[in-house]
Write a protein that binds this ligand. Sequence first.
Ligand code: F6R
Length: 592
Amino acid sequence: MCGIVGYFGERNGMPIVLQGLKRLEYRGYDSAGLVLLKENTLEIIKTKGKVSELIALANGREAKIVVGHTRWSTHGEPNYINAHPHTSMDNSIAIVHNGIIENHAELRKELQEKYNFTFRSQTDSEVIAQLIQFFYKGDFEEAFRKMLTKIEGAFGIVALHKDHKQILCARKGSPLVLGVNNGEFFIASDPSPFLEYTKEVIYLNEKQMASIEETGYKIKDFNGFNIEMEIETIPFGIESIQKQGFEHFMLKEIYEQAETIQNCFRGKIRHIENISIKKENIKRIIFVSCGTSYYASLVGKYILEKSSHIPVVVEYASEFRYRHPMLYPTDLVIAVSQSGETADTLEAIRLAKKLSCSVAGIVNVTGSSIAKECGQGIYVHAGPEIGVASTKAFTSQIIAMNLLNVYLNKDPYYRAELIEELEQLPEKVKAFFKTQDVKAIAEKYKDSKYFMFMGRDINYPVAMEGALKLKEISYIPAEGYPAGEMKHGPIALIDENTPTVFLVTKDTVYTKVISNMEEVKSRKGKIICICNEMTEEIERLSDDIILIPKVRWECTPILNVLPLQLFAYHIANANGREIDQPRNLAKAVSVE
Ligand code: F6R
């Protein structure tokens, strides 16, 4: 995780890098730092605080070559010493790193014991700077490449040497993108830091490095051989990474969903045959994913099994990759990931490839590691998701599941009906936002100490997503459960202080869910009901009711999750939480 941004050009790079770090804070915000290269000196500024503190510290400084970092700690607590950049023992080299160097302990030991190197931090990253110094004999790039042959693990690295007007960077497992603009260059974990300067980018591939100098840039493999890379143009603008008047990115992203779900199906829904997933000879689909993407995958299972009669298995990527799964060449393993960088999901896909399965991705971030590794799939095109809690990516992933359903379903009448419904969804999403006041209900329950979320069938994963949203941004314990399981244990938690959010749609399990509501009510539990039709039972049993527009069964999760996202948001906000940057979390979990 961690965010990296570097500038090389003719203007003062400090505001660009500082602003860029602010935009990358979603990747980690345990500490921040930067290095300025000026006339054969490296100046380091860092803080154990967030980027806003770094901005205050760096006030008035100028440089044309600057590299910055915002950290999500893995090795070593978040303090000043462990903040990046890290320097070599002789202070000639500075590096920033995103990822984990798995063999750092042995490398550190060897440098210390055999060559008397001294280390300052507890990080795995410091060894990178020390190794470059160890190998340096006047050729920075050669020393950098030698360092790359020694380190194992995942990395996006950017390095400076005080005597070379050059930025060197390398990627393996952690993203790096180069921005180019008439003689000035940007390097960053994603393009957001430099969107107002250029949309022309090169996404570095696995095991590629780049060298940026006054004469231009070169992309090479780790052996130093030049590689011709295509320049791509980013399809979104600066407005997609600004709050545009909303108090938080999360709120903006929630309200964007009418548009983002449309962006997901636009261009595909009426040209479904263009979906680039080979479907011949596929007998089973296995989704691998984590967190919110895992819940979207579960929704996909309900949709695909019921509507297209395809067996679907959903696996936590972190479990899948370590448990010797039974896979067949007729399996299609699909990675579902917003960031496209989640380490466990990426490794699960690599494992599936090794075992001769077809793989595909349902991914938001274009050019991301998972997208590249899969080579086929569906981009959900939700645009940059900056709030750490995933919202618009979830609804777009469910649209993608529906597109996959249309793609695989053999019944033309069914397909036509579903397509029509999908096309009407944006208007229904807008109608929900216009009519329902979730804020007032959320504030009523803001002091509750524990919440349950219940749903059945396709609404069961949505209940789990509602609980996840609430706990990650409000820090209030919450559990999502299949409502039918309640009496096998969780019902013991119900009393007059426990609110339960029920997802009740008028479908095949409606009466079953009403019975579960009765069970809660008879134990004096409070009930917040999210439903798509007001009925006598619902009115009688519920303390609060949120009405969502009616939609087909396959699309109910999209409407049902909207009030849950707002509910979590307003409870967290009423409790003064840091909504876009909740504690201990980061947006792209590119470490195990
Ligand atoms: C929850 C959340 C996480 C992510 C999970 C997977 O709001 O953001 O649970 O869903 O880390 O991330 P991606 O989808 O990027 O693979």
